[in-house]
Design a protein around this ligand. Structure first.
Ligand code: IPE
Ligand code: IPE
Ligand code: MG
Length: 253
């Protein structure tokens, strides 16, 4: 496929489970953290490419609530990498008109990383291009239970009546109710599981598993994934006659 030849429709919101950093490094005789360092290059390239393609949102699963149980040296290294990434990437995010948002139990992050994160969110708040969402200390179950807790408090204070609850009510209590649900979910390194990612929001996302590890997932791999998305028939529970999607190509310069 050419760099300018893209399937129509492109997804509006791509979510990625960036997996396989450790394996990529181990296979090369390096320590796992070298894999995380290499993974940052892929974050940079994929974000830039999604912005260039005018996608609406990109959500990257960067650190799960379960990942806190990893060895403390690895966790500390990842947090340092996050802090440095945010500081270094601001200029590029501004240049590419990217707005940063974060989802997860952000108060669990070390103060230094949280400060850089809030600073980057503020700085990019006026950007109108791609929304880059980083999922940090994120868990789908934690998101739902945190939302339920906030909902319970509002009920106790008489702000909401449980009789009026529908799907949109629950959505309003999730970490980010503004960004539309992902329509495409990519996982790298060949694993076929969600690992507690966006359990509510992925209800109707198309799934795609890339065999390459995250440090090898560059723009050509993204194009291949997007081409696969363009071939999917999304039906949303309708019968084939009602839900057929057409397949076509369009050019993007
Ligand atoms: C993904 O790579 C990065 C994070 C979860 C932070 P891994 O560190 O999970 O790499 P593998 O899956 O062990 O190879
Ligand atoms: C999922 O990867 C979390 C992130 C990519 C941040 P993991 O490597 O933690 O998931 P499992 O352990 O393979 O399910
Ligand atoms: Mg992994």
């Amino acid at each position: 496929m050419q760099a300018t030849d893209f399937p129509d429709p492109l997804p509006q919101h791509v979510a990625i489970i960036m997996d396989g950093n450790g394996r990529w490094a181990t296979e090369r005789g390096m320590s796992r953290v070298r894999g995380h360092v290499a993974g940052v290059q892929s974050v940079r390239e994929i974000t830039t490419e999604c912005a260039r393609l005018h996608l609406g949102s990109l959500t990257l699963y960067a650190f799960s609530v379960e990942n806190w149980k990893r060895p403390s040296t690895e966790v500390r290294y990842l947090m340092r990498l996050l802090r440095v990434f945010l500081r270094r990437e601001r200029t590029t995010l501004m240049k590419n008109d990217v707005r940063l948002r974060c989802i997860g139990r952000l108060d669990d992050l070390p103060a230094g990383a949280l400060k850089e994160l809030r600073r980057t969110e503020r700085m990019t708040a006026g950007n109108t291009g791609l929304v880059l969402r980083l999922a940090l200390s994120y868990g789908g179950r934690s998101e739902i239970s945190d939302g339920l807790k906030a909902f319970g408090l509002d009920v106790a204070q008489g702000k909401v009546d449980p009789k009026d609850v529908d799907e949109e009510t629950l959505r309003a209590y999730l970490y980010d109710s503004e960004t539309p649900d992902p329509d495409f979910i990519i996982r790298t390194a060949g694993e076929m599981r969600l690992s507690n990612f966006l359990l509510w929001q992925l209800s109707y996302a198309e799934l795609y598993v890339a065999q390459v590890c995250w440090p090898e997932f560059k723009k050509e791999a993204l194009w291949k994934a997007l081409a696969a998305f363009g071939e999917r028939h999304r039906k949303f529970g309708l019968s084939p006659e009602q839900g057929g999607a057409c397949k076509s190509s369009r050019s993007i310069s």
